[in-house]
Write a protein that binds this ligand. Structure first.
Ligand code: NAD
Length: 518
């Protein structure tokens, strides 16, 4: 986000026009200026939502949710189907907007379009079944008929970061809506236009106006206000902020799900196909300029394939093309902001000062744009260096030589994070995966295989998260389970005229029979 001094009003992009009207903000708390990381031109200005605006948005959403929740699931699916088509029809315009706000390469933005279309399809096909009420067995099956229902929670607050401005709001908001909830979304300030364009498509597709709303503003203001009044909070962002938000949710006794940071390892074992591993690693470390929660920041390479892998990997990295602009020519785009560039540069400078070796990259590229940074590969990295264990969230990866599988597994697990891991091996991938402490493990792939497995849960262990998105879990977390048990004949109580001792004997015999039926 820029200040009025950094961008000129007349530079506003046509893709952003008209979106300011969609912000839930009648008592505006100032203005949010968004400028493009490519060259600082103004993308647009938006009104910031005040504390009062956030509370009003949640109150209106709560009212709207009553009517929406009463609709059968089959009816709630229809807008998702329509939304999927609208995304495809407007894909070029969405790609432009994502690129303008994030500075990412167009190919990285395209991954987001693919992802939201496929996730909408998953929800359309699998959501209704996941939400169906289910018969549950009881201790006395003949006496009691039990059903579990999935009831919407109310207003789900969704807070998202800037790195995947289409994927993350859609991934988390759509299942909440399908489950019968309302959603109030607070996107990152830098990417609020993209979120507002999504909202306009969703409304076009049939999502009622008050049911889904967007509040705009900073995390400590609009974000914190949403945490204070939503009925459930879905947060994606850093582990530090996630912990703060979770603490507030705990105070309010509302549900919380957090998709947080990572320091994701890749293991190249001695039987790996190094050619395939090198090509995949180049993509898995530098896609989206490394600003991807599941991207690889540490590679542990078996001594016996070190030379082979490293040579191939460095060749691949040197072929990556950096470029600005709304074209298809770049493999790697800009970083999002000066702040992000500062973190990346500081991590590399700190490592080099303490003895790390730069194998390739290691420099900013102001000739391409203010926040470009070269894909960077380091070795000789030690625990004293900040990037050894702290997430960089940029185009920087460290290579470590290991002499055994055991050493690679121990090093991979020696992290406060546990989001994603990758193992390259002809035969031992599944065995190694079972020993890794991460929410997803990709065998002979970096991160894409598990992410596109939309039927399987995705999320982090340790400081990388709480709860899961995707799959049935990613839908049912937005519901309260309600157990309805109907007693058919008599209650399980001592009938009149039967003595206590006799009743106890009858009960014990009955339990003895029932235990065999379980
Ligand atoms: P961040 O935590 O600073 O911000 C994320 C969001 O939280 C933004 O919308 C921000 O405005 C809001 N926020 C900030 N302070 C808040 C507060 N006190 N109360 C409520 N909301 C607040 O994260 P970031 O640096 O912008 O994003 C990058 C981080 O996100 C990285 O750590 C990355 O790994 C993580 N991430 C995780 C996933 C995942 O699925 N696990 C996906 C994308 C990004």
């Amino acid at each position: 986000m820029s200040t009025p001094h950094a961008a000129q009003r007349h530079d506003a992009q046509p893709q952003a026009q008209g979106l300011a009207d969609l912000v839930s903000s009648t008592h505006r708390a100032g203005e949010v200026w968004v400028s493009s990381p490519f060259d600082g031109t103004l993308v647009g200005t938006l009104p910031a939502s005040s504390d009062e605006d956030v509370h009003s948005a949640v109150a209106a959403a709560r009212d709207a949710h009553q009517e929406w929740a009463a609709r059968p699931v089959a009816e709630r699916v229809a807008p998702l189907l329509e939304f999927r088509e609208l995304v495809l029809q407007h894909s070029e315009e969405l790609l432009d907007l994502v690129q303008l706000e994030t500075g990412k390469a167009r190919s990285s933005a395209l991954e987001e379009i693919a992802d939201i279309v496929l996730w909408s399809s998953y929800l359309v096909h699998h959501g209704p079944r996941a939400l169906r009420s289910q018969r549950r067995s009881s201790a006395f099956p003949l006496l009691t008929r039990t059903t579990e229902h999935h009831k919407p929670i109310g207003v789900v607050g969704v807070i998202t970061p800037w790195n995947y401005p289409l994927t993350l709001p859609v991934t988390d908001s759509l299942p909440a809506l399908l489950a019968g909830n309302a959603v109030v979304l607070k996107p990152d300030e830098q990417t609020s236009h993209t979120a507002l364009r999504l909202l306009s498509l969703l409304r076009h597709a049939g999502i009622p106006e008050d049911l889904m709303q967007i509040v705009v503003g900073s995390g400590p203001e609009a974000g914190a206000a949403l945490v204070d009044c939503a009925d459930y909070l879905m947060f994606t962002g850093s582990s530090a902020t996630g912990a703060r938000v979770a603490a507030r949710c705990a105070e309010r006794l509302i549900g919380f799900s957090g998709e947080l940071g990572g320091k994701n390892p890749m293991l190249i074992l001695d039987d790996a196909d190094t050619s395939r591993a090198a090509a995949t690693a180049a993509q898995s470390c530098f896609s989206n300029a490394g600003q991807l929660c599941v991207s690889i920041e540490r590679i542990y390479i078996h001594d016996s394939v070190w030379e082979e892998f490293t040579t191939r990997f460095l060749r691949r990295v040197s072929q990556l093309k950096l470029a600005p602009g709304l074209t298809w020519q770049a493999d790697v785009g800009s970083l999002i902001s000066e702040q992000q560039l500062k973190v990346v540069a500081e991590h590399v400078e700190d490592a080099v000062e303490k003895g790390a070796t730069v194998l390739t990259g290691g420099k900013p590229r102001p000739d391409l744009g203010p926040f470009f940074y070269e894909p960077t590969v380091l070795t000789d990295v030690t625990e004293q260096m900040a990037l050894h264990s702290t997430e960089t969230f940029g185009p920087v990866v460290s290579l470590y030589r290991v002499t055994s599988e055991e050493e690679a597994i121990a090093a991979a697990n020696d992290s406060p994070y546990g989001l994603n891991a990758s193992v390259f091996s002809a035969k031992r991938g599944p065995a190694v995966a079972r020993r890794l402490q991460t929410g997803s493990v990709n065998i002979n792939d970096g991160y894409a295989a598990s992410w596109i497995s939309l039927d399987a849960p995705m999320g982090g262990m340790k400081r990388s998260g709480v709860g899961r998105r995707h799959g049935t879990q990613g839908i049912l977390k937005y519901t309260e389970s309600q157990t309805v048990a109907r007693q058919r004949f008599a209650s399980v109580a001592r009938p009149a005229g039967v003595g206590r001792r006799l009743w106890a004997q009858m009960m014990l015999r009955g339990i003895n029979v029932l235990k065999r039926l379980r």
